[in-house]
Structure formats: C-alpha cells, structure tokens
Write a protein that binds this ligand. Structure first.
Ligand code: COA
Ligand code: MG
Length: 294
C-alpha cells in the first residue's frame, strides 16, 4: 500500500506506475491542515479520472480521524468510488462501525454499489485502541479487510521520546503491539499489514524486516516511497522453494484422497496445520503471479 500525499501533483503523477497493489491517497498526516481543501479536490479528481472498471490497482483514501475532519473528507471523495478508506487513530472497533454507517449512506447518495468501499483501520495510534485490540475477535465488521499498525502516533500519544532501542529494534511496547495487531487481524479474518519502514533509502533493512513480517503472518506492508514497492512485493511473495514445498504437501494430502490427517514427507510429519499453511502459500503465490503478469 503506497501512501501518496493527496496535495502533491508530482507524487500523484507517479502513482499509476508504482507497481503497488494499492495506492493510498492521503488526506491526513502527510498533508498540512491548511492544504486539506486543496488535497480533497485533487484526490477526488484523481479518483474520477480512474473509475473502478478502469483501475488495474486499488485506489484507497486515508481520511482524517473521526473526531477531526473525517466527514468532510468522506463527503468529498465517496463519489469517486475509492476501493477503500484507511481510518487512522481509531479508539476501537466502534469507530470502524461508525465509518461503515457513514459509507452506507454516502454510497446510496453517490450511486456507488452498496458495500463497495472497504476499510483498513490503523489500530494502534491511541492507547485505548491498543487495549481494545482483542475486541476485533468479537465483532463482525463486513467492510473491514485489513488492520495496520503504526508506531509514530502512539509514541506521541504516550509521551515516549523514542520507539526503538539502542540497536534500532522496536522497544517492548511496540513489539507487543505489533503481535497483538497480527493476532487481532487473524481473529477478525482480515489482512495484517506491517507498518512503514521510515528510512526509505535503507533497502536492505526494508527487505530484512519484510521477510520477518511475511514469515510471521503479515501479508502486506505500507510504503512511503516508490522505491520501497518492488522490494516489498518481492519479499512478501513466497519464494520458489516455498511454492514447490507447498505443492508437494498439497499433492501428498490429495493423493490420500482426503482420507488422512497426516502424511510423511522426507522424514517429517505433516498434519492439517501444514496443509493449511501450504494452501496459504499457494494463494499468495497466485496473487503475486497475477501482479507480475498484469
Ligand atoms: N508517492 C509517489 N511519488 C513519490 C513518493 C510517494 N510516496 N515519494 C516520493 N515520490 C517521488 C518524488 O516526487 C520524486 O519524483 P519527482 O522527481 O518527479 O518529483 C521521486 O519519487 C523521488 O523522490 P525522492 O527525491 O527520493 O524523495 P522526496 O524527497 O521527493 O520525498 C518523502 C521524500 C518522504 C517526503 C516522500 O517520499 C513522501 O512524501 N512520502 C509519503 C509520506 C506519506 O504519505 N506519509 C504518510 C503515510 S505514513
Ligand atoms: Mg500518522
């Protein structure tokens, strides 16, 4: 998900060729408050020039928080039929529900198909939101397709002077939050999106942390610079070895005619969780193939 400041023509001009699965036109923190009106107009035009049936990547909009100018943002962009809305600074799942209700009404007014507009919530930007992450396991939010986490706004909210330790690793609070978001997303049946790698010249560091995130179960990542898109796509795509092993596992279970719950491959016991993981790998592989052949 490549974030593009909504008021910046030079950057908007680079969106179509970025290679990202989703471009997020930003109306929030990368736009100065005095420029929000201009940004809303540019974002709406960008969407109108690319109606849903002509898009070959998803177009999202990050709006401002619900207690800020979210409604003004939504009223301006909903008619452009964004594929989704990123909702920052939530205090919990109720905020996602509130946004869903706003979208219910706006889609009718704008003639957009009901339910078209999906939601990705940035679920860790207030202390209350972090403490309520488990609630995502308890509620049904049909528009919600992803949870993302962020470290910068929370640091400001809790008065932390840093979010990394002397070695550059996330401090305990953020490692814990990251795990909690991963679990909350899986419990809700939505994608877990890794946070930004802010040092956008550090490609090797970006690759290493993408590999770790992908191994842990994150399925995508926010990007802030076009140079980050290809490394992210490459690292989140399963490797050739992963794909070949997954095919072997699925084939072994299929050969048993669905009658057994466990098989042996090269002296290793594999059971149903391995089969599920193998199917996940093949699904991710199919998605990344679609991207490279598009
Ligand atoms: N989307 C689209 N294009 C971008 C881009 C982005 N996020 N970031 C940079 N570019 C473009 C630049 O405009 C430049 O193209 P140009 O020469 O035609 O103007 C080219 O890519 C190279 O950019 P570069 O000079 O390396 O960086 P920069 O100094 O212009 O910008 C940032 C650096 C960090 C200000 C910029 O990457 C940015 O605004 N990122 C998004 C920030 C954001 O959205 N934050 C909120 C989400 S956490
Ligand atoms: Mg922010």
């Amino acid at each position: 998900m490549l974030y593009v400041p909504g008021d910046d023509d030079r950057k908007l001009a680079k969106a179509d060729s970025s290679g990202a699965d989703a471009v997020v036109l930003d109306l929030e923190d990368s736009v100065a408050e005095s420029n929000r009106g201009v940004a809303r107009g540019k974002v709406r035009k960008f969407l109108d020039d690319r109606p849903p049936e002509r898009r070959d990547y998803q177009l999202w909009v990050r709006i401002n928080a619900l207690d800020d100018s979210a409604l003004v943002d939504l009223a301006a962009v909903a008619g452009g039929a964004p594929d989704g809305v990123v909702l920052p600074k939530i205090d919990g799942p109720d905020d996602v529900l509130r946004l869903a209700h706003h979208l219910d009404a706006l889609e009718v007014r704008e003639g957009v198909a009901p339910g078209h507009t999906k939601i990705c919530a940035v679920a860790t930007e207030t202390p209350a939101a972090v403490l309520r992450l488990h609630e995502f396991a308890l509620v049904r939010l049909p528009r919600l397709v992803a949870l993302n986490w962020g470290a910068e706004d929370l640091s400001a909210a809790i008065g932390a002077s840093t979010n990394v330790d002397a070695t550059g690793r996330w401090t305990l609070t953020y490692r814990w939050i990251r795990s909690a978001v991963l679990l909350a997303a899986k419990a809700a049946g939505v994608q877990a999106i890794e946070t930004v790698h802010v040092n956008y010249r550090d490609t090797e560091g970006l690759r290493v942390s993408c590999r770790e995130a992908a191994q842990e179960g994150f399925t995508g990542r926010a990007a802030i610079h076009p140079d980050q898109v290809a490394p992210i796509n490459e690292e989140f795509a399963p490797s050739a070895e992963d794909v070949s092993l997954a095919r072997t596992i699925v084939a072994a279970f299929e050969a048993s005619g669905g009658e057994v719950g466990t098989v042996g491959i090269d002296g290793h016991m594999l059971d149903i969780p391995h089969l599920k993981r193998a199917r996940n790998v093949l699904q991710l592989h199919k998605h990344s193939q679609r991207r490279t052949t598009a």
